[in-house]
Design a protein around this ligand. Sequence first.
Ligand code: AMP
Ligand code: ZN
Length: 462
Amino acid sequence: MSVKFYNTLSRKKENFSPIHKKEVRMYTCGPTVYNYTHIGNLRAYVFADVLQKTLEYSGYEVKRVMNITDIGHLSSDADSGDDKMTKGLLREGKELNLKNMRGLAEFYTEKFKEDLNKLNIKIPSHIYFASDHIKEDTELIGKLEENKYTYKTNDGIYFDTSKMPDYGVLWGGKRERNEDHARIAENKEKKNPEDFALWKFNEKIGFESPWGKGFPGWHIECSAMSLKFLGEQFDIHTGGIDLIPTHHTNEIAQSECATGKKPFVRFWMHNEFVDTGSEKMSKSAGNFLKLDSLSEKNISPTTYRFWLLMASYRTKVNFVWEALEGAETALKRLFNLYLELGDEIGQIHHESQHKFKGFITDDLDTPRALTVLWDVLKNESISPADKKATVLDFDKVLGLGFADLKEAKEISIPEEVSKLIKAREEARKNKDFQKSDELRKEINYLGYEIKDTGDGQKVSRI
Ligand code: AMP
Ligand code: ZN
């Protein structure tokens, strides 16, 4: 079965095959760790996780690299404004030095990894701090200098975009200036508005380099790390759509002008945004929804993952609490259907698997893949044991955690509900079926469902 992905570079869906026969090499832009990741950011990692799992499901091995931006990212993606890590230190009342910067980064990286775990996201095998790759950054800048793509201004070393005829290929042919580019024209020494910093001078704090003390530009870390771990050309690069006009455009410029090899990346894949409307969602504004904020409202991390999978990664989604509550109910229903299947695991239902594979390898069509999951669970001609095997197979990609549901069978029941259950048991013993029905309604009203089985009453959440 062919695997097709939408490629931002060509603006169309293309058949995918890796450069190295069985191994797919993939790079994901990681978070800037000056604050908690918000649920919008997490969509970028759920998407990349489903992508990795789809490739593995299709028989490929995946070598995956992710950077952690712990230095060099300014408020504007295009070299202006305050340094984000510095802002983070100021916010937390910490002295500005490299040690504290690293401490801040480690704290928020741990929190980020905890969120990945909660969302059943496989943490990439290669995940590194940008600040551990200064040598690779300076070597790459040196190469660009040698190839005559750089110039010096008062505040740093810049890349001269006019020297690269096809600068901006990711923009889809239009050399349109984004907001950031317009704003950065404020640096009068820049030769072209799109030129960007490879190294920024900073006398007070920073790393040593052949050009003076300072920090690497934000974009260079991803070029340097991907070149180091994945080679001069590799298969897939992912990130959110906001990275297209500046960060990814500049990664292409740096990498291709240093190595002379095009294309640096075969497939550029981007997830659309989670739009929160009234709920602010900006790390820099400091007011945003974290994964834990969802749990406080009884929306589990798995529900968030499930809700994201209900839309294509290329569709903008609007975060509304009611929609998440609806997803929570639907997911519980799926889990309950699964838990009723018994313990035996049979054979994968091949016809359903074929359909599922067809959808998921068609540019990760998770909404349609989920319809196959529902169909399997509701199909009366498939035995419970075969249903179970098929669901577990799909879950290798979906990552909803069906295999771990056993423990969840023991659900915690509030005392109020327990009392009603006991009273109902009594009523049934006394053959008072009217009372028993009334009690069932009360139990339902509190969000629990009751089933009468040979082993007595079985309780589950609605
Ligand atoms: P950052 O930590 O800002 O560097 O962003 C980490 C990742 O989250 C990047 O891939 C961004 O493109 C992505 N991202 C940021 N905001 C959103 C959002 N609201 N929805 C989806 N992805 C986002
Ligand atoms: Zn990046």
